[in-house]
Design a protein around this ligand. Structure first.
Ligand SMILES: *Cc1c(COP(=O)(O)O)cnc(C)c1O
Length: 432
């Protein structure tokens, strides 16, 4: 980035220092990943110059022929990846994809039922500080405190809650839930109460595309995702439908009568409903990432993501930590730090001094305040991209344990940091 360094050395320095941080630390934040150089090149390309409101072939601007091709490739590849009939690849983020779903399926004041944020849900599923909780009546289901379903969703309780609150929309999907979902059971509850069913697979999209987790698309009226978590693309979102179907809202659609199909309603919810011009450089980068995810190597990667998370969870358990729900089916785990007498906040800070990046996270039924928390969330996608295997992930669990046993000890921190540096040297990021 020689031009950036010449023209704006302050910003160039931020990028350089962030590159060093990514290179020299263990990235265990479950929602993060490392994109390929090809994805970065597309994201950093001159496609950023182009305005292209509308859809391929139906733009409000001229000169869109080449960005049309890029968006068509993104759509075709996304549909192949998720074996589905329709997709909109324009949402700038997971949150804007979700906004489009609310706009299409609900009226302000309608009731939605989603997973409690404190039990692993996401802000956009009805949190009172988010538009979803401000504009809609949010109700929640949670996970079990103890018993055979500890840390898991009890579908009988979801059903009772749905019967009690009669939601118009039921959401599935989470940011900190380590188990797979029973989509068929959710769908039968949705049908029983007359609700639409929406899966937000932001975290697990890559694992779902690789068929290593259950496929929500056949069961859900609509599915959203981010493109940058396990899917390993540039930051962004999308909306998907297994099959298109007739717009069930008829007259209340913004352009009544003209939006015959739900796909048209969702397209118009993304633009002009939620967004203005799509980010064509990001859409091109999404296409590149989807192309990568269609390669057989991506399925191998996802299988290693799951194997690495499982090995790490097992190692933490054998070290005496409680893993919420006892383990993981996917790429992440929630670790309860109560057995070490450390808060999530103290753990995040102590681990960061040893160049290990995690995020503090509430565990279900956490007695600590949200900015303190009693747990951490740990994920395998990013370090699996760097090539680490189960042996390294077990070793990292032991390194983390050393820090968590003596969070204030400078010697421990220094000795763990040097082992982290050794691992990072062995698995270079963006090797030149
Ligand atoms: C990450 C996430 C999102 C939001 O994605 P952004 O791109 O940060 O807006 C939405 N839903 C779930 C479940 C997530 O985990």
């Amino acid at each position: 980035m020689s031009e950036l360094a010449r023209q704006d050395p302050e910003i160039a320095a931020c990028v350089e220092r962030e590159a060093a941080r990514q290179e020299h630390g263990l990235e265990l934040i479950a929602s993060e990943n490392f994109v390929s150089r090809a994805v970065m090149e597309a994201a950093g390309s001159l496609l950023t110059n182009k305005y292209a409101e509308g859809l391929p072939g139906k733009r409000y601007y001229g000169g869109c022929v080449h960005v049309d091709s890029a968006e068509e490739l993104a759509r075709t590849r996304a549909k192949a990846l998720f074996d589905c009939a329709w997709v909109n690849v324009q949402p700038h983020s997971g949150a804007s994809a979700n906004m489009a779903v609310y706009l299409a399926y609900l009226q302000p004041g309608d009731t939605l039922l989603g997973l409690d944020l404190a039990h692993g849900g996401h802000l956009t599923h009805g949190s009172p500080v988010n538009f979803s909780g401000i504009l809609y009546k949010a109700q929640f289901y949670g996970v079990e405190k103890d018993g055979p379903l500890e840390g898991r969703i009890d579908m009988d309780k979801v059903r009772s809650k749905a019967l009690a609150v009669r939601p118009k929309l039921i959401s599935i999907g989470a940011s900190a839930y380590s188990r797979d979902f029973d989509y068929a059971a959710f769908r039968s509850i949705a049908d029983e109460v007359g609700a639409f069913l929406w899966m937000d697979m932001a975290h697990t999209a890559g694992l779902i595309a690789s068929k290593l987790l259950r496929d929500p698309l056949p069961h859900c009226h609509v599915v959203t995702t981010t493109t940058h978590k396990t899917l390993r693309g540039t930051r962004g979102g999308m909306v998907l439908l297994k099959q298109d179907y007739e717009n069930p809202f008829g007259k209340r659609a913004p352009k009544s009568g003209r939006l015959k199909m739900i796909s048209e309603l969702l397209d118009s919810a993304v633009f002009p409903g939620v967004q203005g011009g799509p980010l064509m450089h990001i859409i091109a980068a999404k296409a590149v990432a989807f192309g990568e995810a269609l390669q057989p190597a991506f399925r191998d990667y996802c299988a290693r993501v799951i194997a690495n998370a499982a090995a790490m969870a097992e190692e933490f358990s054998s070290l005496g930590y409680r893993i919420v729900s006892g383990g993981t089916d996917n790429h992440l785990m929630l670790i309860d730090l109560a057995s070490r007498g450390v808060t999530g906040k103290a753990a995040e800070e102590a681990l960061s001094r040893a160049e290990i990046t995690v995020n503090k996270n509430m565990v279900p039924f956490d007695p600590n305040p949200a900015l303190v928390t009693g747990g951490i969330r740990v994920g395998s996608p990013a370090m699996t991209t760097r090539g680490l295997g189960t042996g390294e992930f077990r070793r990292i669990a032991r390194l983390m344990d050393r820090v968590l046993l003596k969070p204030a000890c400078a010697d421990t921190s220094a000795s763990v940091r040097s082992e982290v540096a050794e691992i990072c040297r062995a698995f270079p990021l963006y090797a030149r």
